[in-house]
Design a protein around this ligand. Structure first.
Ligand code: ZN
Length: 139
């Protein structure tokens, strides 16, 4: 039987640049979905955040955030900053991407040992960030 299951993760962030590990919450939604084989879309409906998959190692997490700051520096004279102070975060979201897709095989989300799923906050702190998780496939 074909199933489509939608879950949502709501979280808050405490820093301007921050990685929030949402792996466990995504995997809980996949378990609840009842989908055996299909795929899982992890999507942040935000123009100033992104979704990535990589290793949950504190040094690497800081390296990733440093690189995001280097690639999209907040203090450049971006035109969008005339009306809002977060052009760097829009650029990061546009280029890194607001979603990732994972295979679901035998009822489990497939990821590498060193691939945790993170929301990339680039315009925090925010009291409410959402991540939509849609699991589709055969149950
Ligand atoms: Zn803006």
């Amino acid at each position: 039987m074909c199933r489509v299951y939608v879950g949502e993760i709501v979280l808050s962030t405490s820093r301007r640049f921050q990685l929030v590990d949402i792996t466990g919450r995504v995997e809980d939604i996949v378990s609840k979905s009842g989908v055996r084989n299909g795929m899982c879309l992890v999507y942040a409906p935000h123009a100033t955040a992104a979704i990535i998959a990589n290793e949950h190692e504190p040094g690497l997490m800081d390296d990733i955030l440093d690189e995001v700051r280097r690639l999209f520096p907040p203090n450049e004279p971006w035109r969008h900053n005339r009306i809002d102070d977060n052009a760097h975060a829009h650029l990061g979201s546009a280029i890194i991407g607001a979603s990732r897709i994972f295979p679901v095989i035998n009822g489990r989300l497939v990821r590498g040992t060193w691939q945790n799923i993170f929301l990339v906050e680039m315009d925090g702190p925010r009291s409410r960030r959402r991540v939509v998780v849609e699991v589709m496939g055969a149950g």
